[in-house]
Design a protein around this ligand. Structure first.
Ligand code: SF4
Ligand code: SF4
Length: 440
């Protein structure tokens, strides 16, 4: 492994756009392009667009380091045309540093930041079905990940992460938070909630999942929504009800398929067919090659939250199907690169404002200014598993004194994973099955 690979591995850098893939693995790849993903396509999130202003130099430095490591000839930051402040800041820094980094300006559609959509829109290359960007010579990293990579090259581990706190809070804010900070402490930093009955999403309002726990390296935002909000009810609805709805409410209009961003790239995912078969309770009779098409879903949620006129949930049904297939060991058999994008793909791109209105979050579309000072907390519960791959094993015991930045857990030798570090100085009070509790 290269020196940079070792540094990135030791610093515990993982994809911080929400995926959590260990970044040192990408550092060891060979690729023609590196794309810094600054699209930030979920509504309400304000992290990447502000980091590209406040820390433009570090985004560029991280991108150049990654580009050098993988031997890339093109280094591109992809961001939305409407992020004018970020565009200005990046252009100024690129000129000042005489950098070869280029900008690629995207429309304001959802999901512009989906890796495979991004690769096609920036390079014109189509990632094969069931493949990854590297299959077409591209490495994609979130802009925050590249800042962490740059910091890792200077010996600084990942102890904090930037996230947006918004929704039903008094003062929406974007700030740096110690990994493992309790969600309630972070919500308090945004002035507290404005409603008594609420749920909190970890991530954006579309793809986020309910949380009441603590922040991880993958937490892009905390969105507070009233308990009876449309999105809360959609996400809470049981899969049994979704399957029943597939049977009695799906009229096979195909809107879910026609708007699916992966179908529009030419992949053979057709949610309306999956819904037909599931509704007829024939999922067991689906030929394995058809069943495996569910693996082509990126869980963007467009089919259920925007396309379907009867608010059936193909995304949730497909997620359940994929979970069941993984348990049964059904292989990802689709690996085709013989396809073309749909001829009217451009016309079917969905503006973020339209999906925001549909899921009723436009009212929360407010500034969430970036705070320069990190949040100070007196307790953290640092998850042992924050990445694609295996969890960490603790390297500390109860009663140990730890300093911020000290490695406190690492994955077993030879396995895919990333170490974790103390995000505050203090004493290890508890070691749970899934986390390490430190009190300042
Ligand atoms: S969630 Fe729906 S729209 Fe998105 S990729 Fe999956 S099937 Fe397609
Ligand atoms: S959009 Fe809804 S009603 Fe139409 S085919 Fe898809 S799941 Fe059925």
């Amino acid at each position: 492994m290269s020196l940079l690979g070792e540094q990135v591995k030791a610093a515990g850098v993982v994809g911080c756009g929400g995926a959590g893939f260990p970044t040192h693995v990408k550092v060891g790849a060979r690729a023609e392009y590196v794309i810094a993903n600054g699209a930030e396509c979920e509504p309400l999130l304000r992290v990447d667009q502000q980091l590209m202003i406040a820390r433009a130099d570090e985004v560029i430095a991280g991108l150049e380091l990654m580009g050098e490591a993988v031997g890339a000839s093109r280094l591109i930051i992809a961001l939305k045309k409407k992020y004018q402040g970020a565009i200005d800041a990046l252009r100024t820094e690129i000129a000042r540093l005489h950098s070869r980094v280029e900008l690629s300006l995207l429309g304001g559609y959802y999901p512009a930041g989906d890796e495979q959509v991004l690769v096609y829109d920036v390079t014109g290359r189509l990632v094969p079905e069931g493949g990854i960007p590297l299959d077409v010579g591209v490495v994609v990293d979130n802009v925050g990940t590249l800042i962490n990579l740059y910091q890792a090259s200077r010996g600084v581990p990942v102890t904090h992460r930037f996230l947006t706190v918004t929704g039903e809070v008094k003062n929406p804010v974007t700030l740096s938070v110690p990994v493992g900070a309790f969600v309630e402490d972070v919500i308090a930093a945004a002035g507290g909630t404005t409603v008594d009955e609420y749920e909190i999403l970890d991530g954006g309002p579309i793809m986020g999942a309910f949380t009441s726990g603590y922040v991880s390296k993958k937490t892009t935002g905390l969105i507070v929504l009233p308990r009876d909000h449309k999105q809360v009810l959609y996400k809470q609805r049981s899969i049994e009800i979704d399957i029943k709805r597939a049977a009695w409410a799906c009229d096979q209009c195909r809107a879910c398929t026609d708007m699916c961003p992966r179908y529009l790239l030419g992949h053979r995912i057709e949610p309306h067919i999956i819904m037909r078969l599931v509704g007829q309770q024939r999922a067991d009779a689906i030929p394995p090659e058809d069943l495996a098409k569910a693996y082509l879903c990126c869980q963007c949620g467009l089919c259920g939250m925007f396309a379907c006129p009867t608010t059936i949930s193909p995304d949730k049904v497909i997620a359940a199907l994929v979970g069941a297939m993984k348990e049964k060991g059904v292989a990802r058999t689709l690996l085709s690169d013989k396809f073309d994008p749909h001829p009217i793909r451009e016309g079917r791109k969905i503006p973020v404002s339209r999906i925001s209105r549909r899921i009723d979050v436009l009212r929360y579309d407010r500034d969430a200014p970036l705070k320069s000072e990190p949040l100070a907390v007196n307790r953290v519960r640092i998850p042992l598993h924050q990445n694609v791959g295996v969890p960490c094993q603790p390297m500390v015991k109860i009663g140990d004194r730890v300093e911020e930045g000290m490695m406190i857990g690492r994955p077993p030798e030879g396995s895919l994973g990333a170490p974790i570090h103390a995000s505050i100085s203090g004493v290890v009070e508890h070691i749970f099955d899934d986390s390490i509790f430190i009190r300042a």
